[in-house]
Design a protein around this ligand. Structure first.
Ligand SMILES: Cc1cc2nc3c(=O)[nH]c(=O)nc-3n(C[C@H](O)[C@H](O)[C@H](O)COP(=O)(O)OP(=O)(O)OC[C@H]3O[C@@H](n4cnc5c(N)ncnc54)[C@H](O)[C@@H]3O)c2cc1C
Length: 564
């Protein structure tokens, strides 16, 4: 089975240390048990136990130190980091969050040319430290051009930093907070490190009401020398974007972990609950909702797995990951919300109970689409790739499944962040044409209608400036990319035809839904509306296939339960 089951964790690893990391992490949480997990969540207990565990086992050190800076088994290996992401979120988003913001904090460090700061980070990782990424400011949201944190040059060649950062995870405990600012006078961007222990680092407060510490901190005449600077000017700007390119991908895995645990709980509850003399899972609408939730969750995981292959294969000549990563960020995380909505409508009151993981899942799943760039910001990014994707494909060598134990060097030398509109993609037609499944073929026809809309009823200048219109187009485009990589992954992970067709049953309905939205936009023209109607299709109904997939879902009822 493609979904994580911590109690039957049989995934094959290329090296023993990776296997041990995953098994020990599962063991840590299972030993902690569900009631303590929930109690700590309820009482908003700082997760010192997890941080101690990771320090003792040197988990972050092994997983987040690039090759050459640590022990021989240390490497930045996206494939195994995916797995770790998924396990942490399976047990609780806050455990995942401290890891995630450490990844973000380390981005500007590993991308820097400042060797001594890199050595310091490696040493701190060895000692069990966590890291922080100080990009956001209270007043500016996504508008990082407006950053106010300022480094003022001093006569002796050093600087004084002044300004406030807001929403900074681990800002209460990270000895290296990668902080983004501008040099006063020149306005040049700069990344430098700040230490939470310094007296001029003012930890104002925790902004959130959870187990995590998401800091509001201020630097007040904080001394910075050249030795503390990670990057300047264009390089600092690129570093900010390139770090987010890597970090935003992990949010999809958090959604996958959360949904997987919630699915086990929900199916277990519904299958064992009897109403009117029958199991809740005997209701046809309940079966449909569970089958949809399962198909959506497997699709999320297939897409994220395949996007990892492209990220690991990226190079200056192949930057396709710059489309796939925002799709993971925006699509996989919003699909996570849909999965939880479906499950919650079935388990209803049970989803509120304080002893359920589900209660946390229902709350936490909402965070993922909103952090590290909202859904809108990511769709606005995604549509930049649309013209080349449809009308200017390129040939690339085949990208295989990339699970080998190697360091992902390119992620820390991604180069200039610009030039997105020039990136080309491999043609999506061959994989769709080569798959005879009825709903895949239907999906292919829907895409053809969308492409015709773009070519023959091309959005006007005014429409392309209207973000509302653009977002509706972006949703359909995203589904095309989503379907393409899901099919690629389905082959690599030998997913059954039944399940793939069920996934495309869902995708066909989703294209129809977004086509109707585009149709209804105030500025859509007659010809555009006609193409939208062509996109609205009913999936091919196949009762036996559906029941086989339902049996697969139903079998999850006894597959996993967390230790009490
Ligand atoms: C719990 C938590 C933890 C966080 N951790 C960190 C951290 O560790 N480090 C860090 O630096 N930040 C962190 N953040 C900040 C967070 O990533 C950003 O603030 C968030 O992604 C943007 O949300 P916002 O409310 O600031 O939205 P705003 O930027 O204020 O956006 C407002 C609205 O405008 C839309 N919008 C904005 N720009 C565009 C655009 N270009 N195109 C289309 N629509 C647009 C948005 O979609 C949104 O609907 C954290 C935030 C939270 C809540």
């Amino acid at each position: 089975m493609i979904l994580l089951n911590p109690k039957q964790h049989s995934r094959l690893y290329r090296d023993e240390r990776s296997r041990q990391i995953m098994l020990k992490t599962i063991e840590f949480f299972e030993r902690k048990g569900k009631s303590k997990l929930k109690e700590d969540d309820r009482d908003r207990v700082w997760y010192a136990d997890f941080l101690d565990f990771q320090r003792e086992e040197k988990l972050f050190a092994t997983l987040l130190t690039p090759a050459g800076y640590g022990e021989p088994d240390c490497r930045w290996d996206t494939w195994r980091n995916c797995e770790f992401n998924e396990i942490l979120a399976f047990y609780g988003l806050h455990y995942w969050y401290t890891w995630q913001v450490s990844i973000l904090g380390l981005g500007p460090i590993w991308m820097s040319a400042n060797e001594s700061l890199k050595q310091r980070a490696a040493q701190l990782l060895r000692e069990g430290a966590v890291f922080a990424f100080g990009l956001s400011e209270r007043a500016h949201g996504a508008d990082i051009y407006a950053t106010e944190m300022a480094l003022t040059p001093q006569p002796d060649g050093t600087y004084r930093a002044n300004g406030e950062k807001y929403y900074i995870g681990n800002g209460n405990t990270a000895p290296m907070v990668s902080t983004f600012g501008k040099v006063a006078g020149s306005g040049d961007y700069v990344f430098f490190v700040a230490d939470y222990r310094h007296k001029n680092y003012d930890l104002v407060k925790n902004i959130v009401n959870t187990q995590s510490y998401v800091a509001d901190f201020a630097l007040r005449d904080y001394p910075v020398s050249e030795a503390d600077i990670l990057s300047k000017g264009q390089e600092a700007w690129d570093t900010a974007l390139n770090t987010v390119n890597v970090g935003k991908y992990n949010l999809g895995w958090a959604s996958i972990g959360i949904c997987t645990h919630a699915l086990y709980e929900a199916v277990g509850h519904a299958a064992n609950r009897r109403l009117y003399g029958m199991a809740v899972t005997d209701f046809p609408h309940v079966r449909q909702m569970f089958t949809d939730a399962y198909a959506r969750l497997v699709a999320m995981k297939l897409f994220a797995l395949r996007a990892s292959d492209y990220m690991r294969s990226a190079s200056p000549q192949d930057r396709r990951y710059l489309l796939y990563n925002p799709v993971v960020k925006m699509k996989v995380t919003t699909q996570g919300e849909e999965v939880i909505n479906l499950l919650w409508d079935v388990i209803a009151a049970k989803g509120f109970e304080k002893d359920m993981y589900f209660e946390m899942a229902a709350r936490d799943i909402r965070a993922l689409p909103k952090l590290e760039g909202t859904v809108h910001v990511n769709i606005a990014l995604i549509v930049k790739f649309m013209a080349n994707y449809f009308f200017n494909p390129a040939a690339y060598p085949e990208v295989p499944l990339r699970d080998e134990p190697v360091n992902d060097d390119f992620l820390f030398r991604q180069g200039p962040a610009k030039g997105l509109g020039r990136i080309q993609f491999h043609d999506y037609n061959p994989i769709l044409d080569g798959c005879g499944l009825p709903n895949v073929q239907l999906f292919r026809e829907q895409i053809a209608a969308f492409k015709d809309l773009l070519a023959r009823a091309t959005p006007s200048e005014a429409q392309t400036r209207d973000v509302d219109f653009l977002l509706a187009m972006g949703e359909i485009f995203t589904l095309v990319v989503y379907g393409q990589l899901i099919l690629e992954a389905a082959e690599l992970y030998a997913v059954s035809d039944d399940l793939v067709d069920q996934i495309f049953d869902v995708l066909v309905r989703d294209v129809s839904k977004f086509a109707l939205q585009l149709y209804s936009k105030p500025s859509s023209t007659g010809p555009q509306m006609d193409y939208c109607l062509e996109m609205i299709r009913k999936p091919v109904v196949e009762g036996e296939r559906y029941s086989r997939v339902w049996q697969e879902v139903h079998a999850l009822k006894d597959a996993y339960e967390m230790n009490p």
